[in-house]
Ligand binder design. Sequence first.
Ligand SMILES: Cc1cc2nc3c(=O)[nH]c(=O)nc-3n(C[C@H](O)[C@H](O)[C@H](O)COP(=O)(O)OP(=O)(O)OC[C@H]3O[C@@H](n4cnc5c(N)ncnc54)[C@H](O)[C@@H]3O)c2cc1C
Length: 569
Amino acid sequence: MFPMLTPEQIARLAVHGQVRHVQRGEVLMEAGEQTPRFFVVTAGHFVLVRPSGVTEEPVAVLQPGQFTGELTMLSGRRGIVRIRAGEPGAVIEVEREHVLALVHTDGELSEILLRAFLLRRVELLAHGVGDVVLVGSRHSAGTLRIQAFLTRNGHPYSTIDLDRDAGAQALLDRFQVTVDDVPVVICRGEVVLRNPTNGQLADCLGLNAAIDHTQVRDLIIVGAGPAGLSAAVYSASEGLDVVMLETHAPGGQAGSSSKIENYLGFPTGIAGQELATRASTQAQKFGAQLLIATSATRLVCDRKPYAIEIDHGARVLARTVIIATGAEYRRLALDNLAQFEGVGVYYGATVVEAQVCGGEEVIVVGGGNSAGQAAVFLAQTARRVHLLIRSEGLAASMSRYLIQRIAETPAIVLRPHTEITALAGGDHLERVRWRDTQTGGSETHAIRHVFAMTGAVPNTHWLAGCVALDAHGFIKTGADLSPEDVAAARWPLARAPYLLETSLPDVFAVGDVRGRQYQAGGVGGGGGLDCRRLRASGAPRIGSGRGCLEEPARISRSHDRFAILYGMR
Ligand SMILES: Cc1cc2nc3c(=O)[nH]c(=O)nc-3n(C[C@H](O)[C@H](O)[C@H](O)COP(=O)(O)OP(=O)(O)OC[C@H]3O[C@@H](n4cnc5c(N)ncnc54)[C@H](O)[C@@H]3O)c2cc1C
């Protein structure tokens, strides 16, 4: 985490910076400063501290040859720690843009800096050393939402659990917080937010850099799941000016996966969150800009450059657009479902949810890979996992390795021909009724946690008729566009749409949001099914897509990259 630079390496950095002499106790950089700066220590020692009220918590001490900075240096977000001189000394101060340029051009320094930045962020996360205190209850959907938002965005935070911490009430009284205001977020030690939206929290923490709304970008990517992230890495590394818009956090659905085992290059598997962090770091290293808690609400497609409206009515302009908005789990058809979403019904099985239901019985609904992974993951902490599927078995919808894992896990009970018919409870889910569709028999169980992982609905509602969709609402591209689609769209060019191009020139679609002739049951489930069907059919795998993680990465490596470049010519 704190490597020592050689004199030669320091000299290469010094060219881009200036020497600064400091007195004992002088603050080099304040926690929360808008634009992080980078320092290499050349004399004296410097302490990194986390300000906490009027006191300071020491985080690390830097000696000559060592340097400051962590992931915020790449993302441009506010720094988390205060840097103070422990004695009279000197540093070389380098502006962030010079550090970014060096990371691009100096392979040796790039490796040292990036590794240290990543390791430091991991350490901050592990110890909850951040600028956010979350005061909430494990039984509140808002608390879970904010925990998930911070975790998925790799932002360190500490928590005060109202159900366990007797002193917490005194803290709430101090801020005159009522029960309805929970969760409360204390942001940068200064601002108290009561049950904030993800956008308000992102603003308070300065998670998004300001963007110039008049500037026309080479490329806007909507959605930062695996497909959007890989498109960002390849387009930014080609020198394009790229902005990514993301409603929640980088990683998309894959970000909520506990372990992905079929992703190229990770033979022992990789957690979805880790994959997302690595990919977004890589994209930002090449200069792609990521705006989180920012949804595209409309594509304005009647003139060029294209405009994308975002949450607050603002617009971003681009010559080229990649739609990578993926798909979302279908909601269970139950009248009172909304009452229990986040407080008993979940759409992702991450560490956050696993902690909430540890030691209890849980239900996972769905027969696809995502449901299988969730069941295996939850079985590590839950007392029992009931895996409910409508069909008679998993073979048609789940990868073989997962079926094997499930069979070998005694805590998982597979319940074929079964569907949930009712949910009951008060502030939290308390009981679930399910029905055997073959016998018609119903049972009610005191189960407080249901993980819904069934079929997928594409996130295309914001496209407002701009591009041709298939019967299920997925986007048609390239050869999937019929002559009628092309005619209806008044395709203006002499050439046909490229492989990943929609019915609108220079607007591309990648990943799960893209339709194709092989329809499948769902995201994870569809994933297993699609990949295997395609392999069996011998169809070219470029045509695959939904639910198959190999595809977004592989496509971006080859076709997206060229499609984007061709699209711009
Ligand atoms: C628990 C789980 C485990 C899985 N395991 C595997 C596996 O092991 N192997 C495998 O191959 N596949 C697996 N999958 C499926 C895999 O994750 C998906 O196929 C993959 O994530 C699709 O990538 P994508 O980028 O196309 O879409 P997504 O991952 O769905 O990402 C789309 C992104 O777009 C954002 N977005 C949507 N609308 C907007 C908007 N209007 N504005 C801005 N942003 C928007 C969303 O917030 C999201 O982050 C799993 C899925 C889950 C849920």
